[in-house]
Design a protein around this ligand. Structure first.
Ligand SMILES: Cc1cc2nc3c(=O)[nH]c(=O)nc-3n(C[C@H](O)[C@H](O)[C@H](O)COP(=O)(O)OP(=O)(O)OC[C@H]3O[C@@H](n4cnc5c(N)ncnc54)[C@H](O)[C@@H]3O)c2cc1C
Length: 546
């Protein structure tokens, strides 16, 4: 064997598995391909300092890009992945990028003489740009690349192609085009090929939060959901154990105020980081359905929720400027107003509406809220009360959610702000009666806003209406211990409806490409997740904040 052939043989013997999302061993086609094709496998995760470094100027603990709850969740997921790889005789090689993650990957490919690079395909714009830098380097270096789709049920690009080059813009057309998803790759194995020589690389253990510079964090910022594949599988099995619950799951019927035992699976953070394979989850749900006499159907069923996820992935891939109003062909152009004061009150949970504020505090502390709770605050910020741009709300969610997901988050903000997909702008969530319907005693509010914990239930949703003597007894004076409402809901929502009507009219005149408007789409019964957005209800009038 000459020197060149020997070098190629050595290179082909080494594969690098680049973990980003997909932080799991089960149903991991990239890992599977690497272990089958190479004598040595390097499982790598690159820490991105820009994502992890604490930002003291941020409005709540965390980095500029991620709240601390999500940073913690990621570190827990990496620790668990490392432990699971060690059970297979391998380990996670944690590298730290100096600046750009792709540079660190390219350097490792070169230094370790890698012949095959395997990573899960990712359709987010940031990921596409990052991955292109790496695949360009691999192509120039003669490194084989294998990048399977395993973060979604379907391949979004394939669905767009099947649909004539355009993404299906309704759930129904998406489901009709998609068909049945591929089965998960669940072959069990007990050992992975060994890691090769890592040269002079400093191989780091998964860092602790404190090592990243997060000092004295209050216990409040520890959400009740631990990251990792082990926890994901346990949580999924627990959810699916109650077969009747799964068979009868109907998204509109969940209680958004349930926080001790949430009304839905809380598997979204595990799907976001890929600790749980969505295909495995989907197929386990199908197993439950097979054993049930009857079960609910998409869009309201549990399997239907996973199809929503894929729907947004597909539309986001096929829509230019999906994360913006301007230049986005499916987004209504709406002249949202600018108000830093109102926006900050919303972001920081100080609107004076306890239902809204409790949800925003749950977001800041836990990084997770029920879907209908997200509806409430998204509607309130945009077309319901404050008339502030959905992109501002999207940014807050993007930073703070532990399940923060580019396609799903943007898709849902487009939906809730009646900018796309859903156009019944006259249907507005009441920040008072909607929560009260589920939780008349206000336990959810009392938990997340302790200053209101002694407010009598008659006033817990509208504390500004409590007589001063009641406020004194509850040790909560509105305007001092808890804010007065930032807007009068009745007046604000009326103004929003009028402005939305005007904006829709000018979109029609301007020849907006968006199909559907308030009059024709009001015939549609079905809303997002299957839920019908409730009409706002009459409530006592708050005074405007002085
Ligand atoms: C304004 C707004 C922003 C949102 N941002 C995100 C986000 O960044 N990341 C995210 O995962 N979800 C987001 N959602 C969708 C939804 O609220 C969450 O997926 C859901 O609440 C997660 O809880 P769960 O896992 O218990 O859901 P379950 O009801 O148990 O559903 C199971 C899975 O289905 C998927 N799913 C459920 N509802 C939706 C939906 N409406 N759209 C797409 N997929 C769905 C999720 O992956 C979820 O984990 C957003 C919703 C709104 C209204």
């Amino acid at each position: 064997m000459d020197a060149a052939t020997a070098a190629t043989a050595t290179a082909a013997a080494a594969a690098l598995v680049w973990f980003r999302k997909g932080l799991r061993v089960h149903d991991n086609p990239a890992l599977d391909a690497a272990r089958r094709s190479a004598a040595r496998v390097y499982p790598v995760f690159v820490l991105d300092p820009r994502y992890l470094r604490p930002d003291p100027a941020a409005p709540s603990p965390g980095s500029a890009h991620a709240g601390v709850a999500r940073v913690r969740f990621l570190l827990e997921s990496l620790l668990d992945l490392d432990a699971r790889l060690r059970c297979l005789g391998s380990r996670l090689l944690v590298l730290r990028a100096r600046d750009d993650v792709s540079d660190a990957v390219c350097a490792a490919l070169k230094d370790w003489n890698i012949g095959k690079l395997c990573f899960e395909s990712d359709t987010e714009p940031y990921a596409l740009a990052r991955d292109k830098r790496v695949t360009d380097f691999a192509a120039a270096s003669g490194i084989e690349v294998f990048s399977p789709v395993s973060h979604t049920l379907f391949d979004p690009a394939e669905i767009i192609e099947k649909n004539g080059g355009r993404p299906p813009l309704t759930y129904q057309s998406f489901v009709a085009t998609a068909g049945e998803p591929p089965k998960p790759v669940m072959e069990e194995y007990s050992v992975l090929p060994p890691i090769g020589d890592t040269g002079g690389y400093e191989l780091l253990p998964v860092p602790k939060l404190e090592e990243l510079g997060y000092g004295d964090l209050s216990q409040e910022y520890i959400p009740p959901f631990r990251g990792g594949e082990t926890e994901a599988l346990k949580r999924m099995r627990e959810s699916l154990q109650d077969k009747e619950w799964v068979a009868k799951f109907e998204k509109p019927k969940g209680d958004p105020s349930a926080f001790v035992k949430p009304a839905t699976t809380v598997l979204s953070p595990y799907l976001k980081f890929g600790c749980l394979s969505v295909r495995y989850f989907y197929h386990c749900i199908q197993d439950v359905y097979r054993s049930a006499k009857t079960h609910t159907k998409p869009p309201v069923s549990l399997a239907g929720q996973l199809l929503w996820r894929d729907f947004f992935y597909t539309v986001s891939l096929g829509t230019p400027n999906f994360d913006h109003m301007e230049g986005n062909p499916i987004c209504k152009q709406i002249p949202w107003r600018e108000s830093e004061e109102l926006f900050v009150a919303w972001r920081d949970g100080r609107t004076g509406y306890p239902w809204i504020d409790a949800i925003m505090i749950q977001l800041r502390k836990w990084g997770w809220m029920h879907h209908l709770a997200r509806h409430s605050v998204a509607c309130f910020l945009t077309r319901g009360d404050l008339y502030i741009h959905w992109e501002q709300g999207r940014d807050v969610f993007e930073r703070l959610l532990i399940d923060s997901d580019w396609a799903i988050n943007n898709g849902n903000w487009l939906w809730l702000s009646c900018s796309s997909f859903f156009y019944q702008y006259h249907r507005i969530y009441s920040p008072i009666s909607f929560g009260k319907k589920y939780d008349p005693n206000g336990d959810y509010i009392r938990h997340f806003i302790p200053v209101l914990k002694d407010m009598p239930k008659e006033y817990i949703y509208e504390p500004w209406t409590a007589p001063l003597s009641v406020q004194e007894k509850a040790r909560c004076i509105v305007g001092k211990d808890y804010p007065k409402p930032v807007v009068d809901h009745e007046a604000a929502s009326k103004g929003c409806r009028r402005r939305m009507g005007e904006a829709y009219a000018s979109n029609r005149l301007g020849g907006s490409t968006v199909k559907g408007n308030s009059s024709n789409s009001s015939r549609r019964k079905l809303c997002h997740g299957g839920q019908d957005v409730p009409d706002s209800s009459k409530s006592k009038q708050p005074r405007k904040r002085s």
